[in-house]
Design a protein around this ligand. Sequence first.
Ligand code: 13P
Ligand code: SF4
Length: 369
Amino acid sequence: MDVLEILDIESSVSLPERYNRLSIAEMEERVREIKLKFGKKLFIPGHHYQKDEVIQFADARGDSLKLAQICATMDEAEFIVFCGVHFMAETADMLTKGDQKVILPDMRAGCSMADMADIEQTVKGWELMQETWGDTILPLTYVNSTAAIKGFVGKYGGATVTSSNAKQMLEWAFTQKSRILFLPDQHLGRNTAFDLGIPLEQMAVYAPLENKFEFEGDLDDVKVILWKGHCSVHEKFNIKHVENLRERDPDVNIIVHPECTYDVVQSADYKGSTNYIIKTIEAAPSGSKWAIGTEMNLVNRLIEENPDKEIESLNPFMCPCLTMNRIDLPHLLWSLEKLEEGEVVNQISVPEEVTKHAVLALNRMLERS
Ligand code: 13P
Ligand code: SF4
């Protein structure tokens, strides 16, 4: 990367100082004004993990699947200001038409899990897998991955998955090949495969840093190869939290996201995607008690929106996803004011040669969801 490229990235992430001096009311008023001015030319999707100060301005709220589905059909908006993380904005760019511009208000809004699989490691690991098992493997990637990984998966006949459809996508994948490589979240992969009846003894972990498998047994028995990645937010729930809660109050229902570890998921009463968690809490009877194992902005919103239920986090010291939190009101306003001035900042634009394969992977998922 040359100096000019570095300067370009730095200038695109730095928020002008004056935004720190505006009051919340002033910023909210300006966002409202700009939204009104742009009308249908502007669309703001917001992931459920976004802070309230941002999600209040979302034209659509959703989990990763819903937001991808909406972006795939949203053809009237010229500008899509994505309130979520980088891989979601990339997905939106790949699913929208060429003249639609996708903007991420803060380029630092990445995802530590997506960063755990890069394309060079994937190509190297795939070679080792082909040497070990031959042409028996179909790659699947959680949408929480870079566009390049989605492109790789699309090229080799595989698909993307989200936590809402991982089970049906894995079932489909086994109709294509006898083994599955699941990137980059080992926990979602393990939890989903176990749900389908595949024993843990038939799952190997691929460690990209060492380019080797973590597996004891006969490699011929392996059905699922789990990429050694994880979500640093959902890994903050552990079995001790479950035990403490059960001891304190046996009437509390425990519900967790499948990005949590296998033992946490097994010991919970309910498990499922962001959408499933929201729907389950909304439908729960008044007075019921819930401990939720997922991101904290969402848990706080569920507490606020369901005052008739007793809701808490499964981990009493839980915090929000820090990269999701990079998108805040000042950055949202800044990107909108720039649009008003006729300048597009922080545009997410995936190269065509990556998009053409990645879209195959995304469409294989969208057709089955
Ligand atoms: P879902 O939106 O698919 O539930 O994923 C949760 C998540 O971690 C998003 O980054
Ligand atoms: Fe990534 Fe986890 Fe944050 Fe989701 S919650 S964006 S998977 S780090």
